[in-house]
Design a protein around this ligand. Sequence first.
Ligand SMILES: Cc1cc2nc3c(=O)[nH]c(=O)nc-3n(C[C@H](O)[C@H](O)[C@H](O)COP(=O)(O)OP(=O)(O)OC[C@H]3O[C@@H](n4cnc5c(N)ncnc54)[C@H](O)[C@@H]3O)c2cc1C
Length: 539
Amino acid sequence: MRENETQLLVVGGGVGGVMAAVTAARRGIRVVLTEPTDWLGGVLTAQGVPPDEHVWIEQFGSTATYREYRNSVREYYRRNYPLTDDALRRPAFNPGGAKVSDLCHEPRVTLAVLESLVAPLRGSGLLQVLMEHEPLAAETDGDRVTAVTVRGSRTGETTVVSADWVIDASETGELLRLAGVEYVTGAEAEVDTGEPHAAAVADPMNMQPVSVCFALDHRPEEDHTIDRPAGYDQFRAARAVDWPDGQLSLTAPHPKTRLPVRHQFWPNPDDDLASIRPDYADQRVGSMDRNLWTFRRIAARANFRPEAYPSDLTLVNWPQMDYWGGPVFDHPDAEAHARAARELSRSFLYWLQTEAPRPDGGTGWPGLRLRGDVLGDTEDGLAKTPYIRESRRIRAEHTIVEQELSLAVRGDEGAVTYDDSVGVGMYRIDLHPSTGGDPYIDIGCCPFELPLGALLPVRVENLLPGAKNIGTTHITNGAYRMPLMEWNIGEVTGHLIAFCVQHKATPRQVREDEDLLADFTREIETAGIERHWPRVTGY
Ligand SMILES: Cc1cc2nc3c(=O)[nH]c(=O)nc-3n(C[C@H](O)[C@H](O)[C@H](O)COP(=O)(O)OP(=O)(O)OC[C@H]3O[C@@H](n4cnc5c(N)ncnc54)[C@H](O)[C@@H]3O)c2cc1C
């Protein structure tokens, strides 16, 4: 067993974890960052989800470093990819020309950009990164977490990392469980939150579904049909509420009305990229009606010089592969559910290849080729890890509830503003069919703020959440779970710990002491963190 001693341990190298580690290390804090996979970037890389954003993203509504990240992604394409002259000239270049966001791109590009952020800090010795390490156990002393044992999955070797400060930026809030930090999972009850859409009875096992994403291109002259998945018949036969033709079909419920919508699908449309704009207000519906292929397309061949991309690349994260069969953590069958989620994704691919209705009257697209290489060469060709929409969440000093941001509740007043705001975000509350049998729930939102109180656990003093494990509910997590917000959360926790070290204060004192809070918020504003929105209307 090895031993390691550091000022700050960040567990989980997703978007939030990387930003927490980078921010703290840039401020001179010695950091150890651990990541279970061999890719940094979590949702944007290992989970294969291009960034969903909001309608104002090209102008405001993100931290300065997130803006730099977006610029770096575009710059990386301009420098390294064979773009057409037109694509090279477009300031808001969207590599995939996709409907879901203005920056749908290959995960490896985000990986390269994140690596460029950590490289100088690794070189300086301030930041040590333990890739392919997962947390096994935590040691505590009263209300402090003192050490975390991590194990390298390649070597099997364990390391005890002692740290003054700990950030749990794991995708599922793993450290909350290991360190006995008070947390909640699943759906809260209406009596507890007062939320208009809360359940009558709390159900910790009622969580958002996970999705195991995959990338495709299309080679019409070839047959790339995968072996028939063992679970195919089961998924093919499953009939669920709101899915008249079953989940493996192009007829999916409309997230707002729950009425069936017949989507279309055909690979490599000759679309005019100039006419494709992200449809933020109605991200899934208006856009998907046209063609699922372009929904999360990550490479539009028309952006590249002739022959460079014989086919588009599309990223499949569509309603059909949401796995709501059961939770993938804190449940006796969690591992079986995690396997079944992968089986569902492969079953959907097999269905697309063999049975999907084609506009020409035929069935199936055998030329659809699974592009595991685009997502890091996993054995089954799917993303390295599932996209986890809902994590364990800390019991927080401030739990953000639906009525603080709901457009229907707040109307022209806008979302609640906070003196202790440490960031901004915007997304509709987008709840997918859940493991508890709830259907889509879609709630319009006002652009909202991130209160510092939602980052403070009720008891523990030296652990902060650095991802979507903050003080939201099952419902508000549906808006706060986006990469842009996770980035902001991670970055602020990095600043907060550096500030606490400098002022010999605890995060709770920073929130409670007017002068400390004023100093801290001034500091993060100077660092380019937006704390409030200009006057804009929600959607
Ligand atoms: C959008 C939606 C809304 C729902 N709303 C309600 C509701 O309001 N009230 C209510 O009581 N129930 C609801 N459900 C749950 C659902 O209707 C039933 O639980 C289910 O259809 C019961 O059938 P079954 O599991 O016996 O068999 P089948 O539906 O035939 O499924 C057989 C088995 O296949 C697996 N399976 C099938 N599809 C999936 C999938 N997508 N992900 C993971 N595993 C899968 C499961 O192990 C399942 O038990 C909803 C489901 C969905 C999808």
